[in-house]
Design a protein around this ligand. Structure first.
Ligand code: DI6
Ligand code: FE
Length: 396
């Protein structure tokens, strides 16, 4: 029996390992795969004796960890292009939400669609991400907002994973906005989420994490606290849409619950950054939403760096604030809008994105023992992945 299933040679490798600075570049490298895991990686001349069932010469192409989109809402019904027009004519995102549009309009469209219809609408989005080198996608619920429809969304997300070669991680985002039926009764909705929906979702094993939207147009910190306590009781890790449109103390709240990540962070204060620093939470930056909403206040990237908070980048693919089905474009925007370096953009869509999903031990770098999720690129250097705009460079 061969020692390895597949041996890749004559490659250049960016391991993105945290233990070495920079990209972890290895010139003239070899990488061996066995049982879907990386069995060996390093300089070709140091490759130990072994036999491979198949060997591929990559002719100097670059290998990086496959990309990870750690924050999407890509299962949804309808679209919000009408609101896009309204915003360009002067309405704000909050005005539209308060008038019953925004997230609620996508909730209405999502409730009307069957699981099969939602699946068919979402599959091309998954395929678009896969075509640019993404192998793991997080998908949130949050457009169902009742027990049956939230479960329908999570089921669809799981099915997308079964139907494609993409690994899907699901997140319950029932605390996304107050559904119309619970207008002025947000606390009752939070009780439904904590007492009925969360236990049901946990019992069915449908969610890998629990998220909430802590914002003036969504839920307060005390309401999110209730949801997080319920999640923790069920053994589910949490993450948070934090401080996107105002400073609601979201970063501090996420830190207090040892969240996997706090996402957005445009309005996060210095105290919030410091709280995150000690907590292990990843800062997930979502430049697609920043761009689409025409925001001007940027996340405190310098402070996050100084405090050593890991930075991830995600598409936030959703019909309202980030109609962007491209992680490469999110990298491009993170570099232009938030001044992330190309190295930070790549680490933010590989190693740190894995960490934001609680998968740091399993994927996100090219190291021995990790999943053999590998992207092969036709580039001269991996910095090009944040540099080119709209240029497909995935070789395999
Ligand atoms: N992510 C979200 O969940 C909200 N904003 C964001 O960036 C709202 C999404 C939506 O408007 O549908
Ligand atoms: Fe989001």
């Amino acid at each position: 029996m061969a020692d390895w299933d597949l041996l890749l040679t004559n490659a250049r490798v960016a391991t993105m390992a945290a233990s070495v600075p920079g990209y972890g570049e290895v010139e003239d490298a070899a990488l061996a795969i066995s049982g879907g895991r990386i069995a060996w990686v390093g300089r070709r001349e140091e490759l130990p004796q072994g036999e491979a069932a198949k060997t591929l010469s990559l002719e100097g192409r670059w290998l990086t960890p496959a990309l990870i989109d750690c924050h999407t809402h890509l299962v949804f019904g309808g679209d919000r292009s009408g609101e896009f027009e309204q915003r360009l004519e002067g309405a704000s995102y909050e005005d539209i939400a308060r008038a019953g549009g925004g997230i609620m309009s996508t909730v209405r469209a999502t409730r009307e669609m069957s699981a099969d219809e939602l699946f068919a609408a979402a599959l091309p989005r998954v395929q678009a991400l896969a075509a640019e080198g993404v192998a793991t996608i997080e998908i949130k619920s949050g457009y169902g907002l009742d027990v049956d429809n939230e479960i329908k969304m999570l089921d669809v997300a799981r099915r997308l994973g079964e139907a494609s070669a993409i690994a899907i991680r699901t997140t319950l985002l029932a605390a996304h906005t107050v559904p119309a039926e619970y207008r002025d009764k947000a606390d009752d909705y939070i009780d439904l989420v904590c007492d009925e929906l969360l236990p049901e979702v946990a019992a069915r094993g449908l969610a890998d994490a629990v998220d909430a939207y802590c914002e003036s147009i969504a839920f307060t910190a005390p309401q999110v606290t209730k949801v997080f306590r319920a999640a923790k009781r069920l053994g589910l890790p949490v993450k948070l849409h934090a401080d996107q449109l105002s400073d609601g103390g979201g970063a501090e709240l996420a830190a207090r619950f040892s969240a996997l990540s706090a996402d957005h962070l445009e309005y996060t204060s210095s105290a919030g950054v410091k709280a995150m620093a000690g907590s292990g939470a990843v800062a997930v930056l979502l430049p697609g939403a920043f761009l689409t909403l025409g925001e001007t206040r940027k996340p405190p990237v310098d402070e996050l760096r100084q405090q050593g908070v890991p930075l991830a980048v995600a598409s936030d693919c959703n019909p309202g604030t980030s109609p962007i089905c491209s992680l490469r474009n999110a990298m491009m925007l993170a570099s232009r809008l938030f001044r992330l370096t190309p190295l930070e953009c790549l680490a933010g869509t590989t190693r740190e994105a894995a960490r934001a999903l609680g998968l740091a031990d399993d994927r996100g770098t090219l190291e021995v023992g990790k999943r053999a999720d590998i992207a092969v690129w036709d580039v001269e250097h991996p910095r090009e992945l944040a540099y080119w705009i709209g240029t497909p460079q995935l070789a395999e």
